[in-house]
Design a protein around this ligand. Structure first.
Ligand SMILES: Nc1ncnc2c1ncn2[C@@H]1O[C@H](COP(=O)(O)OP(=O)(O)OP(=O)(O)O)[C@@H](O)[C@H]1O
Ligand SMILES: [Mg+2]
Length: 360
């Protein structure tokens, strides 16, 4: 039987997966619709080439193997290929091979019939079935166990599979798109990935370039994320100053586009003007608020000073804006001495006149 000891040992995970089922069904319906956010932004020569490749491969049935660092847009590209293919009205089913144990992943993919094993109290069609007519996106395929790789290969070759406990095979017509941030060729040479499966899924390799290798895309992407998030944050921010864009273009973005989106989102919370300025962008790991990003290699005093400076500068700007540059009223609300507020504004190069309504 396909589900062995490992399954029972991890029964709790199975129940957790049942609870998420009804949510999955609602989500599955949504998967059939292209999302509004399914748009690939960029104007670098590389992204133009990517558009051409997607246009070329989408209408075909070819298996696409997307590779790239985390946050480079692997899933977005897979979804776009599906949306532009003949299969666009059928489901786009995502399976993350790294998120489940071997036995649970097998159960997800193959499904089972009721009574196939102790806890199987109803049929589960399996994702090979759900994706029938559509696209199956196997994310982090390099994490799949060698045993399951063999079973996957068989399904791809025979275009049918057998649910656990079933007497007959079920036909399935799927287009496969895979993604990995590992070097699969290296995995093959180490014996961790089957060579025959590698050739089967790697018909059209599509490597995605990290953001730091295509900084031309940064301004457009940054503006896109600004427009996306500004309403949510309740800010009427128009764009970025040239200094802010320069700062972004120099950052290495280890988390790629996902990181850029987060940084822009964060800047929108801190910004006090119509344009995001360089100082609103928290890029140095040492300047982050979250524990994970505090750079303990740097002296505590220095880090604290940076945080306090940032807070004081933003506080002063926001306070003066709220009081149209009236220092007496602003100081009253802040519960501080006027002289101290003057001094704080001066220290942070905040020009009080800029906030006065009656300035000419
Ligand atoms: N060119 C792009 N234009 C607009 N948005 C993009 C672009 N590339 C990626 N994104 C966005 O960045 C985020 C990360 O993309 P995605 O989830 O596709 O990356 P991934 O490579 O699958 O990451 P991971 O390896 O971490 O799973 C998503 O919100 C996606 O919509
Ligand atoms: Mg992904």
């Amino acid at each position: 039987m396909a589900l062995g000891v490992g399954f029972h040992a991890r029964k709790w995970e199975y129940f957790a997966s049942l609870v998420s089922r009804s949510k999955d069904i609602a989500e599955a319906a949504q998967r059939r619709q292209p999302r509004k956010s399914d748009v690939i932004i960029g104007n670098s020569p590389w992204i133009k080439e990517l558009f051409e490749r997607i246009d070329m491969i989408a209408p075909s049935e070819i298996a696409v193997a997307i590779s790239g660092e985390s946050g480079t847009g692997k899933e977005l590209v897979a979804r776009t290929i599906h949306n532009l293919s003949k299969r666009r009205n059928a489901p786009f089913v995502v399976v993350n091979c790294a998120a489940l144990t071997e036995s649970l992943l097998e159960d997800e993919l193959f499904g089972h019939v009721r009574g196939a094993f102790t806890d199987a109290n109803r049929d589960r069609p399996g994702l090979f079935s759900e994706a029938d007519g559509g696209t199956l996106f196997l994310d982090e395929v390099g994490e799949m166990s060698v045993g399951l790789q063999a079973k996957l290969l068989r399904v791809l070759q025979e275009q049918e599979f057998r649910r656990v406990g079933a007497d007959e095979n079920t036909k399935t017509d799927i287009r496969l798109i895979t993604a990995t941030n590992r070097d699969l060729q290296e995995e093959v040479s180490q014996g961790r990935f089957r060579e025959d499966l590698y050739y089967r899924i790697n018909v059209f390799p599509l490597p995605l370039v990290p953001l730091r290798a295509r900084p031309d895309d940064i301004p457009l992407l940054a503006q896109h994320f600004l427009m996306k998030h500004r309403a949510k944050v309740g800010r009427n921010v128009i764009g970025f100053t040239p200094g802010a864009l320069e700062k972004l273009s120099k950052w290495a973005f280890p988390g790629n586009i996902r990181e850029l989106e987060n940084r822009v989102h964060q800047a929108l919370v801190l910004v006090t003007d119509e344009y995001v300025q360089a100082q609103d962008l928290v890029l140095s790991p040492g300047q982050q608020f979250g524990e994970g990003l505090i750079d303990i290699a740097r002296p505590f005093r220095e880090l604290k000073r940076e945080q306090v400076d940032r807070f004081e500068r933003n506080y002063t700007r926001k306070l003066l804006r709220a009081h149209d540059g009236n220092v007496a009223a602003a100081a009253r609300q802040a519960g501080m001495d006027r002289k101290n507020l003057w001094a704080m504004a001066k220290r942070h190069a905040v020009n009080i006149d800029d906030y006065r309504k009656d300035k000419s």
